[in-house]
Design a protein around this ligand. Structure first.
Ligand code: TRP
Length: 448
């Protein structure tokens, strides 16, 4: 049994060292496990919620795609795609929007935080809040449910969204599944062993704190950022406290256990901070120089990246397209042709059949109607001189012999032995006429 692992990366920025250690590297390691079936994608629709600068969106998509590939993602093993290349995701978003409780979305942290901020600032609670932000969790639920992911590696701030995906998926299953579980219930995967990387100032490394170490820009920039890591004021020769040094935490995230132990020892023995920073740089550069070069090459060949992502999109859609077809079916967005068959199939189930109803006209002639199981008129006969003639025709129609149906512009006629015996009602168009002909054939099939 394979485990489907799925995660998305919002394409608003340039990945930094914290993204690499906290998300990219562990995801690539996980994708190499033999039972893993990984779906990793660029959440560029989510990016539009936060960013209205087209150039930044464009640049970030390219940089993030290149980062994952340069970091060693094997696109033959995983399905790597852009969310916006999968139209099924937006379509599913709507199906899910129609079952998602508004009250559930009212509770989403990101939306609530924006409302709180507005209220604090004395503004209208919804000032500047788009429906995109409000519906963010539904789009994310579609990302996850579209591919029936079992595990969703995310940061803590996203756990609530995965729970909402479960909630919405369950509701859909309940409403439309008829005992079938369309959607697998996803679980958030919080990698406890992956420590959140501290930034230059010791707080979580994050672009919003402006404390990041760049990942693949250049060795020089990385060195420059490392030189700005905040340390205490102990002089060279004085013992340092590794457990209270985020420089040590950063080192540990990239070193082997032995390497870390050695570095700890050196700090305890009074290694100067300048020297410590230079060792950190050497460690990082040793691991990142090669992928940095690969990154540079990829960025210079955007057309190749485009091809890779198009291939990924095709792979993803091989799953998404048929699945969405089933879901459309389930909610009632069905082809009219199938609808007829379904209606007849259920007729068989309930034992109700189409029926002939005969009546006499004022002039004494005999006629009949053929009514579908739901009472809708399928045919109205021409006039017959006596009941026997009418009876012979209805018998003939039920014999299972091929029907002689002749389409008119907005109706059809039914013929027996070269004589017109009945007319259909009028239809809005040729499509409706064809459906009615199909329904008539099915209604006149001999009953088992
Ligand atoms: N919202 C996620 C984030 O900002 C990104 C994301 C979008 C995602 N869709 C997803 C993560 C589906 C996991 C699964 O981090």
């Amino acid at each position: 049994m394979t485990t489907r692992i799925l995660t998305g990366i919002t394409t608003t920025g340039t990945p930094h060292l914290g993204n690499y250690a906290g998300a990219i590297r562990p995801a690539i390691v996980a994708s190499r496990q033999s039972d893993a079936d990984s779906f990793y994608f660029l959440a560029d629709y989510h990016a539009l919620i936060k960013c209205d600068e087209p150039l930044r969106i464009q640049r970030s998509r390219l940089e993030i795609a290149a980062t994952w590939l340069a970091a060693g993602l094997d696109v033959d093993r995983v399905t790597f795609y852009r969310q916006s290349d999968i139209p099924e995701i937006t379509e599913l978003t709507w199906l899910l929007t129609c079952v998602a409780a508004k009250g559930l979305l009212n509770r989403a942290h990101a939306y609530k935080a924006s409302v709180d901020k507005n209220v604090e600032g004395g503004e209208d609670p919804d000032a500047g809040i788009t429906m995109g932000l409000y519906s963010y969790p539904v789009l994310m639920a579609a990302d996850i449910l579209m591919f029936n992911a079992h595990k969703v590696p995310v940061g803590r701030d996203q756990i609530q969204h995965v729970e909402m995906a479960r909630d919405i998926g369950q509701r859909f299953n309940h409403l439309f599944g008829q005992g079938k579980e369309f959607f697998v219930m996803p679980e958030a995967l919080i990698e406890e062993s992956v420590a959140t990387l501290p930034g230059l100032d010791g707080r979580k490394m994050s672009k919003s704190y402006d404390n990041t170490i760049p990942l693949f820009s250049s060795a020089k920039e990385m060195k420059e950022a490392i030189s700005r890591i905040v340390t205490d004021s102990r002089a060279p020769g004085e013992a340092k406290d590794p457990d209270n040094s985020h420089l040590f935490t950063l080192y540990q995230a990239f070193a082997t256990p032995e390497g870390s132990a050695e570095f700890r020892q050196a700090l305890l023995q009074g290694l100067g901070w300048g020297e410590a920073k230079s060792r950190l740089f050497t460690l990082l550069d040793g691991q990142l120089a090669e992928p940095r070069e690969a990154y540079r090459r990829l960025i210079e060949r955007p057309a190749e990246l485009e091809d890779i992502l198009q291939t990924g999109a095709r792979k993803a859609r091989q799953v998404a397209t048929p699945f969405l077809g089933e879901l459309r079916e389930a909610v009632g967005l069905r082809s009219f042709r199938e609808q007829v068959q379904v209606a007849t199939a259920s007729k068989k189930k309930t034992g109700k059949a189409a029926r002939f109803v005969s009546f006499r006209e004022d002039d004494g002639s005999f006629r009949f109607r053929l009514l579908a199981a739901d009472g809708e008129q399928l045919l109205l006969s021409r006039n017959f001189a006596d009941g026997k003639a009418a009876g012979a025709v209805t018998k003939q129609l039920q014999s299972g012999a091929a029907l002689d149906v002749r389409p008119e512009l907005h109706s059809f006629t039914l013929w027996v032995d070269g004589v017109c015996v009945a007319d259909s009602p009028a239809f809005a168009d040729a499509g409706a006429r064809e459906i009615a002909i199909e329904a008539l054939r099915l209604a006149l099939l001999p009953q088992e």
